[in-house]
Each structure stands twice: as structure tokens, then as C-alpha cells.
Design a protein around this ligand. Structure first.
Ligand code: TNX
Length: 496
């Protein structure tokens, strides 16, 4: 029997036909009577003397123009019908990212205690605009109160196997943050290239950054460009998490500096896709001088609290050396005021308090948990956006099997991992490895539409159903078209 305190939403979780096609679906949605009609005289009202509110109002105006063709002006006035009002509220229970959105015949009111909440409320509002906007725009009246399930809602982009320009990375930030993801983990170094300028070791990028998979030119971000990415991400409430993968996945560094190799011989640059053949030299002190310099320079341009140290697939590092190394690497990161994150293999080594482990495969996350580490979930069979959808997908890899749109959505993160409780889990992250993906179009084809589903698993309350989601996703195809996203029209979904 339904309990009286449940709202219609809590019973139906987005299955009813009159439920809005929102992704991620909000925590509480109450459709009400009537329509909000945007008119040519509608304005966006906010406190324009407040820098952040004014930037958010501008963001809304730009996105509305993109979707409707109309430019709505900004004004400081406090009220008036048919307007969209943005302001802060003092509801601390909405947290840093929650918001309330009320759409009535008289206007739209979006309030949140913090700027991120206003940003997320704007994304929700944008999804309520009919696409394509045929004629006068009217939105169904609704009252939404929304907060995220998990704090960590991430995407990871491998800019090594193929290099992606600053412009590409900004576009990816726009796309992930539209779905309320708040972390972008940049995989900056690997065997095939070193992508971040380190001024004290310039050959890393001058030489080690000039290759990629398949023989292309590669590339790298200057520190200035990296700062530009970080600032752009911050404007979309995304924190950049840079990764320097160690002690394996280091051929580009080893090729750039002979002295980093145990035998003093630099290997050649690498353009293939094998893994596990390279290792830093664990017993040479210069290895730590090098890492100290790298982490110092990286920490100085990274305002976010975390630095990812890799730690995966160190098949060419003897086990004891691996343990010695991971301990030292954590100390270096901490000495620069940052929290280390590593792929869950680091659970095999001693973890310092606060170190975070990112599960992708295997059971090492249990060792990490036993040492008190919080876990980020990136199970490869669910969250790896570089896996093929089915045997007919030409891009992507299939080492973990095929991952259909349904497979990637239809699982419950809180109960999926043996011996993990929901309280052990910081959240979810969806990596995309780019061995087979030279262009942004290719990347989008594999990321969409799986990424919005993973964003929903990370944001929406527990217990959403695939049946309801697939209906919302079907209607959402037009929105992805409007955003210019090259997405896969999965046969799992009856696209409208
Ligand atoms: C495994 S996931 C890797 C990457 C590959 C990826 C391809 C992880 C920590 N390591 O080096 O690019 O598979 O799917």
C-alpha cells in the first residue's frame, strides 16, 4: 500500500506520461496546473551586482538563445509576470548543489543556497524547453526540489592515446556539466604521450608529447592552457582532477629522459596500444626528484583538492617495489597539500589516511576499503564509455565485453560491489579511453547516450527504473540533436 507521506513522484519515479523528460531525474517533481509562457518581453531577473549570479544569468540567456533563437534580456528588477527569476535562498538542507525550481503561469523562480545549485537548476530549466521550439514557448507548470545522491559525479577523459584540444575539452565540460556531473578527471600522461607542460622537465612535452596512438602529432597543454581549462571548468562547477599515471604507463617520460631509466637508456617513443610494459625506476632517487617537481608544478596550477597518481597495470614493477613506490608517491602528493587518488590496485600497498581508490576491475578495492579508503566506482563493464555497444559498433574496445545503453544504466551502484556499503562510495566516474577515438565526433558517439544515464545514476535517488528512463531518453534524443551531439541511436530505445 502506498504511504501517505509519499508524493506521486515517489511512487512513480518518472514513469507517468506527464512527468517531464529530465535527465538526471530530480529528487522530487510535482507537476502542477497550467503553463508558463515565455514572451518576447520576458526577462531574466537577478541581482546583477552579484558577479556569480550575473554570470549565471548570462549563461542562461546564452543557452536559451541557442535553444530558442530569442535573446532574453537581463534586468535587476525584482518581480513581474512571465519572467525568470534567479536568486539565492538560505535552505541549508539543499546543500552546495541543491536547488528549487518553481514554474507557474506567473513565472519561473529558481533558488538555491549556492551558485552550483543555481547552475544545476538552470540545466533542469533548459531541458524543459520544448525541442525544437515550434512557435510560442510554453513550459508545463511544475515544482521541483532537487539534491544529488552522490558527491562525486565524474567523467574521465584520456587525452593521451589521442590528444584533444582545449576547445574539445571545453565542449566535453559543457556536455558533462549539463548532466550535472561535477568532476573531470584528465588522464594527462601515459606510454603514448605526456600532455602537461612541466617547466623544470621541458623535454616531457617537447619530445614526449609529440606522439599519439597510430602515429599522429600528439600535443600538450601549456600550463597557461591548463589554467584556462581549470577556469572554464570552474565556471561550469566542474573540478579538474589531473592524473599523472605512475609507476607504469610511463614510456613517454622514460623516452624523454634517459636518466629516469634503471639502465640509463631511453626507450623509443610508443604509438601502439599495449599496456603494462613500462615502469619508473623505483630504486633511483632521481625518480622522486622528478615526481616531486612534476607534482609541485601541477599542484600549483590545480585549485582542486585531488591529484590522481594512477597506479594501474604496473605489470613491469616488482610487487615490493610497487608498494614502496605507492607509499612515497602519496607522500609527495600530500606534501603539496593535495589528496591522492589512485586506481584501486593501490589498495595492495599501504594507503595514507584520506587516500581515495578508484575501482575499475578486480577486487583490490576491498584492500583499499579495509584500510579506510573511500571508493569511486568506475566498474569497466558498466562505466567504460570506450566499450563497444554491440558487435556492430566499429569504434571502441571490447575487452570487458559489449556494454549496451541498457547495461550501462540498469544497475544499482549502492549494492553492486561485493562488500561495499553505500557509505564507502564517494560516487561514480565514467572514463573514456581514446585508443580508437581520434576525434570529438568519435568520442561523442561512444559517450552518448551512455553518459547521461551514468550521470543519472550518480545524481538521482536510488530506485529509478530502466523502463521509465528509456522513455525519457527517447524524448531526449532531440535535445542531444539540438546540442549537436553525435550520439548512438541505440536499438534499446524507441527514439521519438
Ligand atoms: C585499461 S582502466 C586501462 C587503460 C586502457 C583501458 C582501455 C585502467 C586503469 N587502465 O590503460 O586505456 O583499459 O579500456
Amino acid at each position: 500500500m502506498a504511504r501517505c507521506e509519499e508524493t506521486a513522484y515517489h511512487r512513480d519515479k518518472g514513469t507517468e506520461n506527464n512527468m517531464p523528460n529530465l535527465i538526471p531525474y530530480p529528487a522530487t517533481v510535482n507537476p502542477t496546473e497550467g503553463q508558463f509562457k515565455l514572451t518576447t518581453s520576458s526577462q531574466i531577473l537577478t541581482d546583477l551586482s552579484h558577479e556569480t549570479l550575473s554570470a549565471l544569468a548570462n549563461h542562461l540567456a546564452e543557452q536559451l538563445q541557442h535553444r530558442t533563437g530569442a535573446r532574453y534580456s537581463l534586468a535587476n528588477t525584482h518581480d513581474g509576470p512571465r519572467n525568470i527569476r534567479l536568486r539565492f535562498n538560505d535552505k541549508t538542507d539543499l546543500g552546495e548543489e541543491g536547488y528549487e525550481l518553481s514554474i507557474t503561469e506567473n513565472g519561473t523562480l529558481l533558488t538555491a543556497p549556492q551558485p552550483a545549485g543555481v547552475y544545476y537548476g538552470i540545466q533542469t530549466f533548459l531541458q524543459l524547453i520544448p525541442t525544437p521550439p515550434n512557435g510560442p514557448i510554453s513550459l508545463p507548470a511544475v515544482s521541483i526540489r532537487d539534491t544529488p545522491r552522490f558527491a562525486w559525479r565524474g567523467a574521465m577523459l584520456d587525452v593521451v592515446r589521442h590528444f584533444f584540444s582545449v576547445q574539445d575539452v571545453k565542449r566535453y565540460i559543457d556536455l558533462i556539466s549539463h548532466y550535472k556531473m561535477n568532476r573531470l578527471h584528465l588522464h594527462l600522461t601515459d606510454d603514448q604521450g605526456w600532455r602537461i607542460e612541466i617547466k623544470s622537465w621541458p623535454r616531457l612535452t617537447e619530445y614526449g608529447g609529440q606522439t599519439q596512438v597510430g602515429g599522429g602529432r600528439g600535443g600538450f597543454y601549456t600550463q597557461e592552457q591548463y589554467r584556462e581549462i581549470v577556469a572554464y571548468a570552474a565556471s561550469r562547477f566542474v573540478t579538474i582532477v589531473p592524473e599523472i599515471d605512475t609507476p607504469g604507463h610511463t614510456n613517454a617520460a622514460l623516452a624523454s629522459y634517459a636518466e629516469l631509466n634503471c639502465d640509463g637508456q631511453a626507450p623509443t617513443l610508443y604509438e601502439g596500444t599495449e599496456v603494462g610494459f613500462s615502469s619508473l625506476c623505483i630504486n633511483k632517487e632521481i625518480t622522486y626528484t622528478f615526481l616531486e617537481d612534476v607534482i609541485r608544478e601541477l599542484a600549483a596550477i590545480t585549485p582542486g583538492p585531488c591529484i590522481h597518481i594512477g597506479g594501474d597495470e604496473a605489470k613491469s614493477t616488482p610487487e615490493d617495489d610497487y608498494k614502496t613506490f605507492i607509499k612515497r608517491m602519496q607522500e609527495i602528493v600530500r606534501a603539496h597539500g593535495k589528496t591522492p587518488i589512485g586506481w584501486a590496485e593501490i589498495g595492495e600497498a599501504q594507503l595514507l589516511p584520506g587516500t581515495i581508490a578508484q575501482h575499475w576491475i578486480g577486487t583490490s578495492y576491498q584492500e583499499a576499503k579495509a584500510q579506510g579508503a573511500k571508493i569511486i566506482l568506475s566498474p569497466a563493464n558498466k562505466t567504460y564509455l570506450d566499450m563497444k555497444y554491440d558487435p556492430s559498433t566499429t569504434l571502441g574496445l571490447d575487452w570487458v565485453g559489449y556494454t549496451s545503453v541498457k547495461d550501462s544504466y540498469d544497475w544499482e551502484p549502492g549494492g553492486y560491489m561485493h562488500l561495499l556499503e553505500e557509505t564507502d562510495i564517494l560516487g561514480l566516474e565514467a572514463p573514456i579511453w581514446t585508443e580508437t577515438l581520434p576525434t570529438m565526433k568519435d568520442l561523442e558517439y561512444l559517450a552518448f547516450p551512455r553518459l547521461p544515464g551514468l550521470a543519472e545514476l550518480a545524481w538521482s535517488p536510488k530506485g529509478m527504473s530502466w523502463q521509465a528512463y528509456k522513455q525519457r531518453l527517447a524524448a531526449h534524443g532531440r535535445q542531444m540533436d539540438a546540442m549537436g551531439i553525435n550520439f548512438f541511436r541505440s536499438p534499446d530505445v524507441d527514439w521519438v
